[in-house]
Ligand binder design. Structure first.
Ligand SMILES: *[C@@H]1O[C@H](CO)[C@@H](O)[C@H](O)[C@H]1NC(C)=O
Ligand SMILES: *[C@@H]1O[C@H](CO)[C@@H](O)[C@H](O)[C@H]1NC(C)=O
Length: 292
């Protein structure tokens, strides 16, 4: 990436220099600079933040890129935020029969990973959904949405966090997320609407959308939600069973909890916008319950 940028710049610099003396700042070049470029020009193109997020290190297995991601119950995801605490979506308490979590693995069926039983669930006091969540069809509703969709699960026994395959994600307390920010998401949800959970963990890169684009759906309220969408060429989206999984920022903190998807009642179409509960909105409540 870096060397490519340098070559491109050099080619441009040569072209500009050849165009005549009107271009200042670019030192006159006596020879084309395809192989050796002036230090000055190279510096001008250096990326000021060359840090690669651990989430983006594709040489690592998904569970090491997302060491805070867990399977919550049998049909949801969640995020480790402390050795005894998992953050998930409140609506998962309506559907998931399980009272346990599976952490530190990228496969839910091969016996790997660490299981912990849940001692107690805490639903956000402002959580609400309509009755249509259970049967959107009979209400003739296409779009389902939840408000304040946060759940905290306290574990019976603490997880031994090693920071590599088991880690707690810092909790985001910044409400301001500009459109365009790259974020990531990992879970075990279905590939297609109505399918069962996938045993293999999958991850996707998403882009946060500005509030104004999220409000394309009237159910959106920036107070407790943020939205993101898949990037080309895959235009990934979330699907049934990805609910509760964390939206992870470059710094590794959890900024959202997967709550609902555009046209949720019918499909998980590529490119569909995913709506997350905005973690910063529940910051005080999380602190109050967990002390974290
Ligand atoms: C799953 O985890 C195992 C053990 O950490 C690793 O060897 C494997 O490459 C991982 N698979 C994927 C698809 O990430
Ligand atoms: C989106 O709305 C939330 C809640 O009102 C606000 O805190 C945040 O700053 C807004 N984001 C942007 C990028 O304007």
């Amino acid at each position: 990436m870096y060397s490519k940028a340098v070559v491109v710049f050099c080619v441009c610099a040569c072209a500009l220099a050849a165009a005549g003396p009107r271009v200042n700042r670019v030192e006159p070049l006596t020879k084309p600079c395809f192989s050796k470029c002036p230090e000055l020009n190279v510096r001008a193109f250096k990326d000021p933040t060359p840090v690669v997020s651990p989430r983006d290190d594709l040489t690592k297995p998904i569970n090491e890129r997302y060491p805070s991601a867990v399977l919550f119950g049998r049909t949801c995801g969640g995020t480790i935020i402390g050795d005894k605490w998992i953050l998930s979506a409140a609506h998962c308490s309506l559907f998931t029969s399980g009272r346990d979590i599976l952490a530190g693995t990228n496969n839910t069926e091969d016996g790997t990973g660490i299981r912990r039983r849940v001692k107690k669930l805490y639903v956000h006091p402002r959580f609400s959904v309509g009755p249509y969540w259970l049967n959107a069809d009979s209400y003739g509703i296409k779009q389902v949405a939840a408000r304040w969709d946060f759940l905290l699960a306290e574990l019976e026994e603490p997880l031994e966090l090693d920071g590599k395959i088991l880690a707690a994600a810092p909790i985001d307390d910044i409400a301001e997320h500009q459109g365009g920010e790259t974020v990531g998401f990992a879970g075990f949800g279905a590939e297609q609407h109505g399918d069962v959970m996938r045993p293999d963990e999958h991850a996707m890169d998403l882009e946060v959308l500005p509030n104004s684009s999220c409000s394309k759906l009237i159910e959106f309220d920036p107070q407790d939600m943020l939205c993101a969408t898949g990037r080309p060429p895959r235009y990934d989206t979330a699907c049934n069973g990805d609910s509760g999984s964390g939206l992870i920022s470059d710094s590794g903190s959890v900024i959202g909890v997967a709550s609902w998807v555009e046209n949720d009642a019918f499909e998980c179409k590529n490119g569909a916008i995913i709506y997350f509960s905005r973690v910063s909105a529940a910051r005080d409540w999380i602190k109050q319950i967990t002390g974290i």
